[in-house]
Unconditional design. Sequence first.
Length: 168
Amino acid sequence: MNVYDFKVQTAKGELKSLADYRGQVLLIVNTATKCGLTPQFKELQRLHETYKDAGLTVLGFPCNQFHQEPVQNSEMAQTCEINYGVTFPLLAKIDVNGPNADPLYKYLKKEASGFFGLGGIKWNFTKFLVDAEGRVVKRYSPYTKPLKFEAHIQKLLEQASQKKTAAR
């Protein structure tokens, strides 16, 4: 099992298979537009713009479990685009903890349990880095700014590129 085995809902309510991202490095983030960490959208967007052609996709999953994403999916997407220039995919609002946690997030937490192995998502902007094979390789805390691990993203993109070249 890997990330590509999951389906998620888009902000428009359509089902989207993560298998559509097979071969890409993914940065999966639970987001919120009313959070003190919301300025991280700018760094996430910068990574998206810089590396999308090299095979990086940032996926934002809005979450109101921390009471910082009170708006509907359509308003949330518009707010992110207007205020932060976000063009990476923002999916439907989900739960990341508890009995109604999205299956993808249950999997992510199992694969990268976090600080002291506690598992739960502690706050918005927890980030999961997934390699081009669909494996969770690293979990970053909400307070780790996205540009802090840009070198790790570059390394994963380089590895994916080398595998594609070798396969030819």
